[in-house]
Design a protein around this ligand. Structure first.
Ligand code: IPM
Ligand code: MG
Length: 354
């Protein structure tokens, strides 16, 4: 298993180091892994003048999977847009063709009190958000800021989805739904946006190929409300890039902290980019207080989806459950009566429980 490791910026290096620790601990038990590190984001800009240096993209393409931390930092916000850290992330997603982003929002029972919602609203929560990742308004042309005919500046971004782009992500959604409770909610804004009207049409049409899946549709504004009103009504949620970006942040808070939400981004051949759903948190970077569990759980998803190593994935996930049951918490999920520990201590605790 050849894995490219891209720590990135902010808390990226700290959290990735913990996931690497966990993978290496599994490796001493006979799992064969080869890890190679490269720069991305602001770190890529600092090292090579590009948020996605050529060497990094080459390494990603030569690897079976990529483990990424996070990108972004205040010091890079004034750079011209193509040089900003986020562009490194968007380009590697597009370059690897990882169009299917899976973001599981799972509530560990021990964290029910860490959520800002009432425990009875979130207990038992287990949602899989399937977010399209390489299309939509994130990539649509035309885009930019131009001078309009009134001589005033005007910003333009374009929401676009082709039929084939919708079809391939819908297929991923249906296949995941078949392995879960066979319920899928497609989220769109078909009452206003033609692009998502097409989305709804195609997802509905494909239901014929997966008749066992109970398909429902919801407008994104209502979905945002339902997620905090009664989140347990959802199982698989499938949606486009920007709605998925927003709804997955919202869903993460149901689980106690965005520091708990892993993600897998897959291409058609299950090659994948694995990263926590959260950002680089520059305000807490370098303090060894970040929550590494989303990254560690992303490594588990890597074993499951790219390497078909269900045993390794389950070992990591069970170790995380045990650590939480033992009362260990990073500051973001700390509640009274539990034990506050550092990022690196959390990594050690997971390793110990493997
Ligand atoms: C995410 C992030 C990224 C996105 C940013 C950092 C470009 O918010 O992975 O959800 O918008 O996709
Ligand atoms: Mg986001």
């Amino acid at each position: 298993m050849k894995i490219a490791v891209l720590p990135g910026d902010g808390i990226g290096p700290e959290i990735v180091a913990q996931a690497v620790k966990v993978l290496k601990a599994l490796a001493t038990d006979g799992m064969k892994i080869e890890l190679e590190q490269a720069h991305i984001g602001g770190a890529g800009y600092d090292a090579a003048g590009d948020p996605l240096p050529e060497a990094t993209m080459k390494l990603a393409q030569a690897s079976d999977a990529v483990l990424l931390g996070a990108v972004g930092g205040w010091e890079y916000d004034k750079l011209p847009r193509p040089m900003r850290p986020e562009q490194g992330l968007l380009r590697i997603r597009k370059g690897m063709g990882v169009f299917a982003n899976l973001r599981p929002a799972l509530l560990y029972p021990e964290l029910a009190s860490a959520s800002t919602l009432k425990p009875e609203v979130v207990s038992g929560l287990d949602i899989m958000i399937v977010r399209e990742l390489t299309g939509d308004i994130y990539f649509g042309q035309p885009r930019g800021v131009q001078i309009n005919d009134k001589g005033e500046r005007e910003g333009i971004n374009t929401m676009r989805y082709s039929e084939s782009e919708i079809r391939r992500i819908a297929k991923v959604g249906y296949e995941i739904a078949m392995k879960r409770s066979r319920k899928m909610c497609s989220v769109d804004k078909a009452n206003v946006l033609e692009t998502t009207e097409l989305w709804r049409e195609i997802v509905t049409e494909m239901n014929k190929e997966y008749p066992e899946v109970e398909l429902s549709h919801m407008y994104v504004d209502n979905a945002a409300m339902q997620l905090v009103r009664a989140p347990k009504q959802f199982d698989v949620m499938i949606t486009g890039n920007i709605f998925g970006d927003i709804l997955s942040d919202e869903a993460s808070m149901l689980t106690g902290s965005i520091g708990m939400l892993p993600s897998a981004s897959l291409d058609a051949n299950k090659k994948g980019l694995y990263e926590p759903s959260h950002g680089s948190a520059p305000d807490i970077a370098g303090k060894d207080i970040a929550n590494p569990l989303a990254t560690i759980l992303s490594a588990a998803m890597m074993l499951r989806y790219t390497f078909n190593n269900e045993d390794g994935a389950t070992r990591i996930e069970n170790a995380v459950k045990k650590v939480l049951a033992q009362g260990y918490r990073t500051v973001d999920i700390y509640t009274e009566g539990t034990q506050k520990i550092s990022c690196s201590a959390m990594g050690d605790a997971v390793v110990k429980n493997l």
